[in-house]
Design a protein around this ligand. Structure first.
Ligand code: NAD
Length: 352
């Protein structure tokens, strides 16, 4: 068994790699990542990228098909991975997230890859009324990031067929500890605010709905998708990944953090423009298809895990919203230092 994991050097990557290492102990794991956040480690222990057998530091927009020789499964995580980056680098986001993904899938199909797993997002539901969105509901992407996921799913569908199984996992918003922690995710932000300054600042009015999922449960869903039976979900499957109990309003998340971490002040931005991105999600299909890979980690456990992780790092940066754990901040700094071009390609000495 050979598994290629693109975008393995991000937030999910180390968790997914470790999980696949334990569930497929004899598999050859290949990592492929441009390395934007290679330095953004949140561990003093083992370098997480050592968990793959082979690591390529390269751009998914220039993916050499020969890497796919004898590869059985592709786990495609590489992406410009949130709305703030997508808004700042709109065309690049579509290039990396959509065009390069379809190019990779075409190459994977031609090379005889059996299972292609795409990290999609529930953010494609955008603004939804009170009823929880199912996979059959209309999509309403509000940002370049969400549109890139919609376009990719649309163009992956016709590629799927006998011998080439495609699974688009529409993930809830991630949370939890990782060796490359991100603090631009709602629950991670709240716990960090509580730990560092006893303050949680909600940037919206707190009303938007968001489904959440722990990173370890995302890894378990990816493991399921690699090996799932196409006779049940079809050669192409787009499925919401999360659990109904994890549909929260942002203010409820803040209150849960304040319950675990005492004497925390929660402030809501009453002047905030209403956040249109609000959706509840129905996870019945995932429960039906993947009964043995359902999310296991609950909200309180995740908050405690993040708290313990930050404390073990003696993390005390009250200005963490300006730190290397914010994806957009890192890309902007690399651009300002002249290390990345406006297309987010590394600039080498030879280019200057
Ligand atoms: N974190 C979440 O809440 C969440 C939710 C739903 C879906 N997803 C999806 O899961 C995937 C992983 O998310 P994450 O949180 O780990 O993001 P991340 O930003 O931490 O990691 C993305 C990785 O992709 C790499 N990458 C970006 N552009 C590349 C390119 N041109 N060539 C090669 N590598 C490139 C980056 O270097 C980075 O290591 C993404 O596709 C994201 O859209 C994440």
């Amino acid at each position: 068994m050979k598994i290629l994991i693109t975008g393995n050097m991000g937030y999910l990557g180390p968790i997914v790699t470790r999980h696949l290492r334990s569930t497929y102990p004899h598999a050859l794991l290949i990592g492929y990542d441009i390395g934007y956040f290679g330095n953004c480690l949140s561990t003093a222990d083992m370098f997480p990228d050592c968990l793959v057998d082979v690591q390529y530091h390269a751009d998914i927009r220039k993916f050499p098909a020969n890497i796919l020789r004898d590869v059985d499964a592709v786990v495609h995580l590489a992406a410009i991975s949130n709305d703030p980056m997508g808004n700042t680098f709109e065309e690049v986001t579509l290039d990396i997230n959509h065009r390069a993904s379809i190019d990779l899938a075409n190459k994977a199909k031609s090379s005889g890859v059996n299972s292609f797993v795409f990290a999609s997002s529930c953010s494609m539901y955008g603004a939804a009324d009170d009823s929880a969105r199912t996979e059959k509901d209309p999509l309403n992407p509000l940002t370049a990031y969400a549109r890139s996921k919609v376009f990719t799913e649309r163009d992956l569908k016709p590629l799927a067929g006998k011998g080439f199984k495609v699974t688009s996992l529409r993930f809830s918003t991630a949370c939890g500890m990782s060796e490359r922690l991100r603090l631009d995710l709602v629950l991670n932000d709240f716990v960090t605010g509580a730990v560092t300054s006893k303050k949680i600042e909600i940037l919206s009015d707190g009303s938007p709905w968001r489904p959440l999922i722990n990173v370890n449960d995302m890894a378990r869903a990816i493991e399921w998708a690699i090996g799932r039976d196409a006779a049940k979900g079809g050669d192409f499957l787009a499925v919401n990944v999360g659990s109904t109990a994890w549909n929260y309003q942002v203010k409820d998340l803040a209150e849960a953090v304040a319950e675990v971490i005492p004497e925390v002040d929660v402030s809501i931005n009453k002047n905030a423009q209403p956040d249109k991105r609000s959706y509840r999600v129905n996870f019945d299909l995932f429960r039906q298809l993947a009964p043995n890979h359902q999310p296991q980690v609950d909200l309180i456990t995740t908050i405690n895990e993040l708290k313990a992780g930050l404390e073990s790092l003696a993390f005390d940066d009250k200005k963490f919203r300006n730190s290397k754990y914010m994806r957009l901040k890192v890309l902007t700094e690399l651009r300002e230092k002249g290390l990345l071009s406006d297309k987010l390609e590394w600039i080498t000495k030879n280019d200057q």
